[in-house]
Design a protein around this ligand. Structure first.
Ligand SMILES: [Cu+2]
Length: 122
């Protein structure tokens, strides 16, 4: 009787552990990429300097505070529109180190040509 109860409890906690492990694995898989939040507005990005590691997968989450903007990293052939009211998700795994430019590639007004930032990969 007593043994039975113990065994049942052991089984129950074992099942709970398995469930927790499965849940943990799921979270780890989903959270594999670091998320880099970038907010754009006329005529700047916040942040305007982003540090990444070679080979580390990240996902840019891009929003605009005013009008349609672009987000382009020509050296990595990566770009996206940034549409008001939406969060654009763009993956990147930098394959080499260096300092690169990211910039707006959709004309957005007088300060457009200077709308850029630095991507530092080490
Ligand atoms: Cu622009």
């Amino acid at each position: 009787m007593t043994v039975d109860r113990h065994r049942r409890r052991a089984l129950a906690s074992g099942a709970a552990l398995l469930a927790a492990a499965a849940l943990g694995a799921g979270v780890a898989a989903r959270g594999a990429e670091r998320v880099i939040h970038v907010s754009a507005r006329r005529f700047a990005y916040t942040p305007n300097r982003i540090e990444l590691k070679v080979g580390e997968p990240v996902v840019f989450e891009l929003v605009t505070e005013d009008i349609v903007m672009g987000f382009s990293i020509p050296d990595f052939k990566m770009r996206s529109d940034i549409v008001p009211g939406k969060t654009m998700r763009v993956p990147l795994t930098p394959d080499r180190a260096g300092t690169f430019i990211f910039l707006c590639d959709i004309f957005c007004g007088e300060g457009h040509e200077n709308m850029n930032g630095q991507l530092v990969v080490s």
